[in-house]
Design a protein around this ligand. Structure first.
Ligand SMILES: NC(=O)c1ccc[n+]([C@@H]2O[C@H](COP(=O)([O-])OP(=O)(O)OC[C@H]3O[C@@H](n4cnc5c(N)ncnc54)[C@H](O)[C@@H]3O)[C@@H](O)[C@H]2O)c1
Length: 386
């Protein structure tokens, strides 16, 4: 299969590229290294330094003998995107290439506008390039469970049957997202669904939960193959941050009451889900939505699990509560369906004690340069700058 991975230098994009390459697919990765720029702007670094993409690709070739082709450019430049799709005619396009952080988008007017323009325009350029040069390609688009928010009803997989005033229709599930970043994903979903409806595209929108984990089968094959792992207040996801806090003997910082409940998945399952979607493409004209997570936890439950893992490792891991920098419900109903990927054959890597102990051990072995000040949230939802 010819697979193009947009955002292939990122936390999820790079291991995905290696996974498809290892299987024997032709892999093209695209990135403009915007994430490396945001890191510098925010004064943060991943847990371990990440080699330049060209070095990662050379290391992959040395280890496996396989080629991954790199294209450097901005998805917001439509000429670049047209060139990509015309030259490579991908059969599958996996689109990770967006600004992925809610706090980053909530920092100021500038970062809110940037996040939405970057994400929505980049995605529209991909749709128009597909229309012109690859209308049969399957678009696998990364969305987020955060698009739905925390409604007081069960969350379906993308679509809902609604009966209103005696009439029925199948509608996109209503969205109530919690940041300008999450809103950009809602806009993307609406644009992709529209393209499927009017142009007969085939697309899978993966409403992904919060990802945790550091290793995949490919990242462990050499130090230059590792992926980025953030624990900071801007790009760090909650479980990754708790693991680093435990490793360096800091308190685990729960925002507010900690009853915020979300769907979570191991990075290995991100790769597995994306591969399952790619291998079982949507039908022409179908906008297919999968809720891509394996378990749901409250933030407090996660903190308790990491504290217990810390104790098993002989650490004195404590939990503290910080005033919540976000505007969100801290106790709420949450029940999100997630059966479609299981039906396709997903075998989840669950958050067992053993899995947590292994991740904590890896983080402890690599936590020599942790910047503890970046555990503290700097961006408040109610105080975005003009
Ligand atoms: N990590 C998670 O927990 C999580 C959860 C749900 C959804 N997602 C989604 O998955 C995708 C990947 O997330 P990630 O954690 O790997 O993020 P990441 O920031 O590590 O990777 C995104 C990559 O896209 C690139 N990129 C961004 N804008 C670009 C543009 N205009 N042109 C070219 N390249 C561009 C960045 O440089 C970066 O390398 C994102 O769309 C994110 O919203 C991630």
């Amino acid at each position: 299969m010819r697979v193009m991975i947009l955002g292939g230098d990122g936390y999820l994009g790079w291991p995905t590229a290696m996974h498809f390459s290892a299987r024997g697919d032709d892999v093209y990765v695209v990135d403009n290294f915007a994430k490396r720029q945001w890191e510098m702007e925010s004064g943060i670094e991943p847990l371990l330094p990440i080699p330049p993409l060209h070095r990662r690709v050379r290391a992959w070739k040395e280890v496996t003998g396989k080629d991954i082709r790199i294209e450097v450019g901005d998805l917001c430049n439509h000429r670049f995107v047209y060139m990509l799709i015309e030259r490579y005619r991908p059969e599958t396009i996996i689109h990770y290439g967006e600004q992925p952080s809610a706090p980053y988008s909530m920092q100021s007017r500038t970062t809110a506008v940037y996040s939405q323009v970057n994400n929505v325009v980049g995605n529209l350029n991909v749709l128009f390039a597909m229309k012109r040069f690859a209308p049969e390609a399957h678009l696998v688009k990364l969305g987020t469970m955060g698009e739905y928010g925390t409604p007081n009803i069960d969350i379906e997989e993308g679509w809902i049957e609604i009966e209103h005033n005696g009439r029925k229709d199948r509608m996109l599930y209503p969205k109530k997202p919690g940041s300008f970043y999450h809103l950009s994903k809602v806009h993307d979903s609406a644009n992709v669904e529209f393209a499927c409806r009017i142009w007969g595209f085939r697309a899978t929108d993966l409403n992904q939960g919060v990802v945790y984990g550091i290793d995949t089968d490919q990242t462990v094959q050499g130090p230059d193959l590792r992926t980025s792992f953030h624990y900071d207040d801007v790009f760090g996801t909650v479980l990754n941050r708790f693991l680093v806090q435990a490793a360096v003997g800091e308190k685990l910082t729960v925002y507010g009451k900690g009853g915020q409940t979300r769907g979570f998945l191991n990075i290995r399952d991100t790769i597995a889900c994306v591969a399952l979607a790619a291998d079982n493409p949507a039908k022409a004209g179908e906008f297919r939505v999968f809720n891509q997570f394996t378990e749901q936890f409250s933030v407090r439950e996660l903190a308790d699990k990491v504290a217990a893992a810390g104790r098993r490792a002989g650490l004195d891991t404590q939990i503290t509560s910080l005033p919540n920098p976000r505007v969100e419900m801290e106790e709420h109903y949450y029940n999100a369906k997630h059966t479609a990927l299981l039906d396709l054959g997903l075998k989840p890597h669950l958050l067992t004690d053993e899995a947590l102990d292994k991740m904590l051990a890896v983080v402890r072995a690599n936590c020599g340069h942790v910047e503890k000040s970046s555990f503290i949230p700097r961006i408040r939802w109610d105080a975005a700058k003009k």
